[in-house]
Design a protein around this ligand. Structure first.
Ligand SMILES: Nc1ncnc2c1ncn2[C@@H]1O[C@H](COP(=O)(O)OP(=O)(O)OP(=O)(O)O)[C@@H](O)[C@H]1O
Ligand SMILES: [Mg+2]
Length: 481
């Protein structure tokens, strides 16, 4: 058998002489007397165990059932439980053996019990009727046979030890299964998050592809408009110059004719004056240049918008390139004017920022979305003309762009969700809830920057974009170094 240490045995008997008998058998004072394992070896013709393998019993005595129960409770409290108990059947004046066993098992159901009884005490069927069938219970008839006692103690102690080891192994297994389950759950959560992230990116990608197609179309149209608008502009300024000269010439000619009026030329001069009056030459002399001036202004504005559209809609290079963000923001303001002009004034606070290495056309989408969001927030707050503020500044190695509005603000309950794909508070057709999800993916995932906001309900909202000046790749390399 394997090595065991300190098996604790409880002896419960009202007769002190019986305790002595047990001690002589199970814990002989004479060290030369045979150990249990040596007896076993003798009995079964097995090899004699070494000292390290032999068992030692610690015997604890109780003369009454109540005392035995207290000892069991105390042993469990210090985690030194009894492996088995020899319990006498009759122990007047206290509990009898069966009651003692019932109570002990309520406290420690694992303890192995040997009931010691004389024939007349109680029948096996009576015992079974009271404590039930149990494989932890043996009966030992009095008077004892030494070998029977030794064998009982030995077999039950071994059984108890093995059961204890098995329980420890099961506990260990359960702990390891629990920890594996926990790891699996964590892996599962991570996988679910990654799948969600992937779905979000796929949505973003699909929309980006759609936007790219629309952008290409817009760039093509802008390019087509750009050429005619340029010659419209050129011809207008030619007209402005020449019509001015023509009007000045006509006015001067009329004045010269009037001042050189003679009797002979009077009818001709009168005819000229009549023509000038019917054409309202004096009015035309001021109105035509004014009209041409305003036309030139309008055409210049169209040209500016078209140029902005062309630049903005241009898909841009695949690699990050140095971009003037102030110019990009100016373009974004230009093409979104229709969204905010009626509801807000624009204030720009552009600091001198160095060119930023970025994916310019993607950042343009972010600017457009933030400006349109701001405009819509102010549109939703009628009665008060708002202010759209766009500011830039340099902060260390980053450029910061802020888009502020004086809209209604973002309620607390929405703040966690505004970056979620498809989260929108706008009616169908006005918003799809993808703007901020895509913006964040562009700023954070593509550029290694950040997109944050501050909002006060009833006051307004500021979105802040932080983009590394050195570009996404170099920042990532620096972080890795
Ligand atoms: N400046 C802002 N002020 C108040 N609420 C805002 C502001 N910007 C965003 N939100 C809130 O966040 C939501 C999500 O914005 P997001 O740009 O992602 O989608 P959307 O504008 O609703 O639709 P889309 O951009 O696809 O047209 C908006 O519906 C709105 O409720
Ligand atoms: Mg939006």
């Amino acid at each position: 058998m394997s090595s065991r240490t300190e098996i604790r045995i409880l002896l419960v008997d009202d007769n002190p002489a019986i305790h002595e008998d047990f001690r002589k058998i199970l814990a002989p004072a004479d060290p030369t007397s045979a150990s249990l394992d040596e007896i076993e070896a003798l009995l079964f013709d097995a090899p004699t165990p070494t000292a390290a393998e032999t068992a030692s019993y610690e015997l604890v005595s109780a003369t009454q059932g109540e005392e035995a129960l207290r000892l069991v409770e105390a042993a469990n409290a210090v985690d030194r439980p009894f492996a088995l108990a020899f319990v006498d059947m009759r122990m007047p004046p206290g509990w009898d053996g069966v009651e003692t066993i019932e109570r002990i098992w309520r406290v420690d159901p694992r303890i192995q019990i040997v009931i010691c009884s004389a024939h007349s005490d109680c029948s096996w069927s009576e015992v079974r009727a009271r404590v039930g069938t149990s494989d932890s219970l043996l009966i030992l008839k009095k008077p004892f046979d030494t070998i029977e006692v030794v064998q009982c103690a030995h077999a039950l102690a071994t059984k108890w030890t093995l059961a204890r080891r098995l329980r420890a192994q099961i506990d260990e297994l359960e702990t390891s299964v629990a920890s594996r389950t926990h790891e699996l759950q964590q892996a599962n959560t991570l996988l679910a998050e990654q799948m969600q992230e992937r779905a979000r990116m796929e949505v973003g990608l699909r929309l980006a592809q759609k936007l790219e197609a629309v952008g290409q179309l817009a760039a093509g149209i802008a390019h087509e408009i750009n050429t005619p608008i340029q010659y419209v502009g050129d011809n207008l300024s030619f007209l402005q110059d020449s019509v001015g000269e023509l009007v000045a010439m006509g006015t001067a000619m009329l004045a010269a004719a009037s001042s050189a009026r003679t009797e002979a030329t009077a009818p001709l001069v009168g005819q000229l004056e009549g023509l000038a009056a019917s054409a309202d030459l004096t009015y035309l002399a001021t109105a035509i240049p004014e009209s041409l001036e305003s036309l030139t202004g309008g055409v210049a504005r169209i040209a500016k918008i078209v140029r902005a559209m062309k630049e903005l809609a241009h898909p841009g290079p695949r690699e990050a390139t140095a971009v003037d963000l102030t110019r990009a923001l100016g373009n974004a303001l230009e093409v979104t004017a229709g969204a905010y002009r009626m509801v807000a004034d624009v204030v720009t606070e552009f600091a001198a920022t160095p060119p930023v290495v970025c994916f310019g056309s993607e950042l343009n989408q972010v600017f457009l979305n933030l400006i349109v969001n701001a405009a819509q927030a102010m549109e939703d707050r009628p009665g008060k003309r708002g202010t759209l503020r766009i500011a830039t500044r340099v902060d260390g190695g980053d450029v910061i762009v802020e888009v502020s509005d004086t809209g209604a603000g973002i309620p607390e309950s929405h703040r966690e969700r505004i970056f979620d794909a498809f989260f929108t508070t706008k009616e169908v057709g006005r918003g799809t809830g993808q703007g901020l999800a895509i913006s964040r993916s562009i700023v954070v995932d593509r550029h290694g920057g950040s997109l944050t906001f501050e909002s006060t309900v009833g006051v307004g909202t500021t979105f802040q974009i932080r983009i590394p000046i050195a570009g996404p790749t170099r920042r990532a390399q620096a972080a890795a170094a």
